[in-house]
Design a protein around this ligand. Sequence first.
Ligand SMILES: Nc1ncnc2c1ncn2[C@@H]1O[C@H](COP(=O)(O)OP(=O)(O)O)[C@@H](O)[C@H]1O
Ligand SMILES: [Mg+2]
Length: 295
Amino acid sequence: MPPRRESIQAESAPLTNQLQPLIQLRQVYKIYETAAGDFPALRGISTDIYPGEFLGVIGKSGAGKSTLMNMITGVDHLTSGEVIVHKEDGAVSIHTLSEDDLALWRGRSMGVVYQSFQLLPMLTLVENIMLPMDLCGLYNRTGSRERALELLRMVELEEHAYKLPNYISGGQQQRVAIARALANDPPIIAADEPTGSLDSVTAEHVFEVFERLIDNGKTIIMVTHDNSLAPRFSRHLVIQDGEIIPDPPPAGTMSPNSRQCLDKRNATARPAGAHRPGVLPGEHTPQPGRGKGKQ
Ligand SMILES: Nc1ncnc2c1ncn2[C@@H]1O[C@H](COP(=O)(O)OP(=O)(O)O)[C@@H](O)[C@H]1O
Ligand SMILES: [Mg+2]
């Protein structure tokens, strides 16, 4: 159960809103400057990410998912808006941090998992996992090796500890990458299409690792183009053309006329999920028994 902390919300905020978000996005815009002119990849994304959530960011290729992830992890600069992170000493806008402070915050707070695993091919699995610990300095060398082996055990790969990444399968490499993301015991895991290059059975194994981590109190933000995963997140955002949109209805369930009605209604009505504190327009509410349900 995530600890209940003082809220930064106004005193008049409802009691259910007293859990402090870990990350807040406020009107985030990202405009890429290209030879063909400015390209708006994100157009006003706002959401709060709470401890214990399993947040899915769903959208087709080119929708802006990776760009959004890069804003959340602070690896790229936003054009306008704010990404506010909550550190022990208070809330701070990521873009006001120096590169050193940002790297320190990221190293301690966030583990990142990519579609292409990004393991270093010359290092053994155990060394790959030790690396972020050795860089961050939270553990001595013996401690980091022991912890790396423990993490490999957690993803059921301890017996492969001294192999190089190329000698294990893609699904196994992704599990090592997850173990590496957990090295400094960050509260947040950010995963960009972590199952995108895996077959469906292997992808399911990787997804189950994430579900176990949620059950153990981690917060996970996962990007995917796979719409069918939506019900398995505690909350999800659908991104299209750089904006959060309402969940599209299942294919074939709506006539063009009713689609028009829905579009008109969405322009005025409260969106799905708006009844829950911290849920903003276009966000979709949790499934019972996952993520925030464990408070
Ligand atoms: N560095 C960049 N320069 C210019 N355009 C970019 C850059 N990165 C991404 N884009 C464009 O921004 C849009 C969103 O990209 P991205 O966030 O990678 O989408 P997704 O991850 O959803 O597939 C795409 O149209 C992509 O071509
Ligand atoms: Mg992407």
